[in-house]
Design a binder for this molecule. Structure first.
Ligand SMILES: Cc1cc2nc3c(=O)[nH]c(=O)nc-3n(C[C@H](O)[C@H](O)[C@H](O)COP(=O)(O)OP(=O)(O)OC[C@H]3O[C@@H](n4cnc5c(N)ncnc54)[C@H](O)[C@@H]3O)c2cc1C
Ligand code: SF4
Ligand code: SF4
Ligand code: SF4
Length: 415
């Protein structure tokens, strides 16, 4: 049997599985569809205050660092799995490497391309410092040239001729003995709940955008006018536990990431007032329960999920909610509202299901063999790792991926 493994997806789950396998002496092909590595976590901030608050973002960053020096591992970024065929106990895989359009040997890191790019943020950029990929990349979903427009500004301005937007994709064939699927999740699309004003009011943002702003700028400002927010609200269960949007399940991670983010904001902005609107708090563990009790000392928790957000004439966001203790309807003003978006199955899950002969579960995530066998699938030799199988935080995704790597090794008889 072929003893190599294909890992699909280079988020924290895929990177962990790939490292476990490669360190066990098994050749690994790690295929990632986007130009960068790390998945969702690559845009998260560290949530330490004067002490570590165990958000695990640094642990994920460490995994990305480890990938730099990994041997036994071929990395295919900006690549798609096109075909999967099975014969003689092995998988034949066709991978399309999309062009990078940038010759890193010629690039002198002058940033002119990023400065001239008309999109916000720039579609051509250097990945974050902790990313193992340290060459300029183009986000094809954002770049207007690849949406059929005439822009070639980056190519024209590049002083060394490093950019060639006419490059073509090329196919490569791989043969592997097993597959680990680590394709992750999609965050809930906030435009699906129009009454909360996402997209209409600039100061209604998602927790992903808050994470990114804190990671890049290290501080928080209101998108509408750049001022420092003083009244900040978080709305929990956004797109989770909600039959109206077809997601009845709890996303498991948003109570904890919200509390860590709220605690960090209170630390950075001690004069701010922070309110969390919630249904129930899922703390998953005794240690986090203590952190929750500490948060209650400095953050206001209101047990109600507001049904909508309005904007008043003074650029303030107005939230109407039920005060259950007083038994009355109350209105409060905020200058920034954060939607705590849940974890959903990826939109392209069906394509993957067809390609690999997998199934989805009742929530649309990839289906495992049984509730107790969450790495195994009904397809022989194919294993699941991380949030593609269901909501998990970083440490749970890492543990799940180590399990997937062990199952793949056992299947190959390499353990
Ligand atoms: C707003 C927010 C904040 C969070 N904050 C925290 C936190 O502070 N601490 C914490 O523990 N958890 C946090 N989480 C949860 C955390 O994001 C997940 O646990 C983690 O990202 C799971 O990693 P993953 O590798 O399973 O998935 P992902 O991060 O989604 O990575 C999947 C990767 O697979 C790639 N991919 C997908 N399909 C394909 C394909 N067909 N071919 C090739 N590649 C593919 C994707 O491009 C991506 O790079 C947060 C979640 C949210 C929504
Ligand atoms: S082609 Fe235009 S939009 Fe695309 S990366 Fe270059 S400058 Fe940006
Ligand atoms: S303009 Fe050219 S040389 Fe300068 S950073 Fe961009 S790709 Fe590199
Ligand atoms: S983790 Fe908390 S915010 Fe997220 S869906 Fe569950 S109860 Fe709601």
């Amino acid at each position: 049997m072929d003893k190599s493994v294909l890992v699909i997806g280079a988020g924290v789950a895929g990177i962990t599985a790939a490292l476990e396998l490669a360190n066990s002496g098994v050749p690994v092909a790690l295929v990632e569809k986007s130009p960068g590595l790390g998945g969702a976590v690559a845009s998260y901030c560290c949530k330490a205050t004067d002490q570590c608050n165990k958000c695990s973002v640094c642990v994920a960053n460490q995994k990305m660092e480890e990938l730099r020096s990994a041997t036994n591992l071929s990395l295919f970024t900006n690549s798609d799995i096109e075909k999967v065929a099975r014969s003689d106990g092995a998988f034949q895989i066709t991978v399309t490497r999309k062009p990078t359009y940038i010759d890193d040997d010629k690039c002198v890191r002058c940033q002119l391309c990023a400065e001239k790019c008309p999109t916000t943020p720039s579609s051509i950029f250097l990945p974050p410092p902790h990313s193992p990929l340290q060459s300029y990349v183009i986000d094809l979903d954002r770049c207007v040239h690849f949406q059929g427009k005439k822009c070639k500004l980056c190519q024209d301005v590049c002083p060394t001729g490093a950019i060639d937007l006419s490059q073509k994709a090329r196919e490569e064939n791989l043969q592997v003995g097993a597959i680990v699927v680590a394709t992750g999740f999609s965050a809930f699309d906030p435009t699906r709940k129009k009454r909360y004003g996402y997209g209409a009011h600039p100061d209604v943002i998602t927790a992903l955008e808050l994470e990114e702003q804190l990671r890049i700028a290290g501080k928080l400002s209101r998108p509408s006018n750049g001022s420092q927010p003083k009244q900040i609200a978080f709305i929990q269960c956004f797109g989770s536990r909600d039959a109206h949007v077809g997601n009845n399940y709890c996303s498991r991670v948003c109570c904890t990431y919200t509390m860590r983010l709220a605690n960090l904001l209170k630390f950075k902005l001690p004069d701010s007032s922070i309110t969390i609107f919630y249904m129930d708090i899922q703390t998953f563990g005794k240690e986090f329960e203590q952190f929750y009790q500490q948060c209650r000392q400095k953050i206001q928790f209101i047990r109600d999920i507001p049904s909508h957000i309005q904007q008043d004439g003074n650029n303030q966001l107005l939230i109407t909610y039920q005060d259950r203790k007083e038994g009355k309807v109350v209105q409060s003003n905020f200058d920034l509202v954060v939607l705590s978006v849940g974890l959903c199955p990826r939109e392209d899950t069906e394509k993957l299901v067809e390609l690999l002969g997998l199934q989805t579960n009742e929530h649309g995530f990839l289906k495992s063999l049984s509730p107790l066998q969450t790495n195994e699938t009904e397809a022989e030799g194919i294993f699941l790792a991380g949030t593609c199988q269901g909501p998990r935080d970083i440490s749970e995704s890492i543990a799940h991926s180590i399990g997937a790597a062990e199952k793949a090794l056992a299947y190959l008889g390499a353990k």
